[in-house]
Design a protein around this ligand. Structure first.
Ligand SMILES: [Ca+2]
Length: 496
């Protein structure tokens, strides 16, 4: 009797892993490490995400591959470091570039394995038709091709030179369905559209990439959430995303799909720091709020933990045992090979690892794994086990990838690609907020990590491809100001 039970149990376990599960990635924009109740927020109420964590696993050491929107997304979808997959820096609407069609995304890997694929929400990986989600393996697309902070900058302001044309358009496939988009309803509409996609899936397994526009600046929540959170308008947006996630989990249960669906909730980078608030306040009055990275140092844009360590919750009833809190370091780069493995297809060569067993709580790494924290093309820090080493850097990168972001803001390239005179070492197990440099106490750790990191980077630098730019009208040069009289017809033609 006992033997039969064990056999049946083993059969069930192997069946659940053998069947191809549905895969959902819910990506919030700029939610920081301290912005959810289950990660310690006292001002933002997230009952549904907290419950998702209780029913699933909450990771304390989950990293994104970049502390900015576009490169973080490119890395999540390809499993490759941002500079390797052609998107080292954040993209602006005036740029004729994006995630190269030659890159293989998770959607492209899953589609031949029989998956229906949908991208709902913020793309931010290229607006020209050559770079849109439909060219990257997604059967369906509903959302905004651009980030939402380009819509309200006034003509004549420096930043506007990067934007060139507006308004911000909501699209179904290539078709514009609302222009300008009502940002207050965007979370609600993404949610409805995602649920409608899920309801349609009866025959095939599916992959849903739901990338929220919120709570990225400029924040808007729908009427049911606006003004409700103790965390201000930022909190309103997070609370709406919390409710949205709850609706999706409820729907999966209602349709009987919950036990064959893996849902991952995470964020694309840490919350922006308060220091940037004054500048933002001039442009987005009342909508310039940032979240919290909890105890972590630094924020969006930085390779300190606050920029690159984000909340991550995985939920899969019966397969993932509920209530686990897991401190294994893993990365958004791992989603591609992990999900490919679940779909029983081979992933292309990537920088991530197959974390399938780790999701279930089985130790995954026999040796400590090294995680590489790049800012664009510059390797700034590495993590291995408890150690985080900031490398000594004596000169700015030799490779200057074309990027409007830098061309339009004097000195920004130099400021953001930092120089460090000497290596700095932190022991994250004792000092998660990176306050005490222990490099002098552990010279052997510094030497070992530095050698391994530099050796990785030497070969990495040789593999960085040129950024793919398409021909097109030029945006105003730095210092030039576009006026309302300037024609944007050429741009609008390309946007269709
Ligand atoms: Ca972001």
């Amino acid at each position: 009797m006992m033997k039969t039970c064990v056999w049946l149990w083993l059969m069930m376990i192997s069946w659940s892993w053998a069947a191809k599960p549905n895969l959902i990635v819910i990506l919030a924009d700029d939610i920081g490490y301290g912005d959810l109740g289950c990660y310690g927020s006292k001002v933002i109420s997230t009952p549904r995400l907290d419950r998702m964590a209780r029913e699933g696993v909450r990771f304390t050491d989950f990293y994104v591959a970049s502390a900015f929107c576009s490169p973080s997304r490119a890395a999540l979808l390809t499993g490759r470091l941002p500079a390797r997959c052609g998107v080292p820096y954040v993209l602006f609407p005036s740029e004729h570039t994006g995630l190269p069609p030659s890159e293989t995304t998770l959607a492209e890997v899953l589609k031949p394995a029989g998956y229906a694929t949908a991208c709902v929400g913020k793309w931010h990986l290229g607006w020209r038709s050559e770079f849109r989600p439909q060219q990257q393996g997604f059967d369906e697309y509903f959302g905004l091709l651009h980030t939402n902070d380009v819509s309200e900058w006034k003509v004549g302001e420096a930043f506007h030179q990067l934007s060139t044309f507006e308004p911000l358009e909501l699209r179904e496939g290539d078709r514009v369905v609302e222009s300008p988009v009502d940002l207050a309803r965007v979370t609600e509409r993404y949610t409805e559209r995602a649920m409608e996609f899920i309801r349609r899936q009866r025959e095939k397994p599916f992959f849903l990439y739901l990338a929220h526009t919120m709570p990225h600046i400029a924040q808007y929540a729908s009427a049911a959430f606006a003004g409700k959170s103790k965390g201000g308008v930022f909190g309103d947006c997070v609370e709406e995303i919390d409710a949205s996630t709850g609706r999706i989990l409820d729907l999966l249960k209602e349709l009987g799909m919950d036990e064959r669906t893996l849902v991952i909730f995470t964020s694309d980078n840490g919350a922006g720091l308060r220091g940037g608030k004054a500048k933002a306040e001039e442009r987005f009055p009342g909508r310039s709020e940032h979240g919290s990275n909890g105890v972590l140092r630094g924020g969006k844009g930085s390779t300190f933990e606050g920029g690159v360590r984000v909340p991550c919750i995985a939920w899969w009833p019966k397969t993932i045992v509920g209530g686990r809190v897991d401190g294994t370091p893993w990365s958004a780069l791992d989603l591609m090979p992990t999900m490919a493995s679940m779909a029983q297809v081979k992933a292309p060569e990537v920088d991530g690892i197959d974390f399938r067993d780790g999701l279930k709580g089985k130790a995954r790494h026999e040796e400590p794994r090294m995680l590489f924290h790049y800012f664009g093309v510059q390797l700034q820090a590495v993590r291995e086990g408890p150690w985080k080493l900031f490398l000594p850097i004596s000169e700015p990168p030799k490779l200057r990838v074309p990027s409007l972001w830098f061309e339009h803001q004097d000195g920004l390239f130099e400021r953001q690609h930092r120089l460090w005179p000497k290596p700095t070492l932190y022991d994250l197990s004792a000092d998660v907020n990176e306050k005490v440099d222990v490099a002098e106490k552990h010279p052997e750790v510094v030497a070992r990590l530095q050698k391994a990191a530099e050796s990785f980077d030497v070969s990495f630098q040789k593999q960085i491809p040129p950024v793919q730019y398409l021909p097109g009208p030029k945006p105003p040069a730095a210092g030039q100001i576009r006026t309302a009289a300037d024609s944007v017809e050429e741009w609008l033609k390309l946007a269709r």
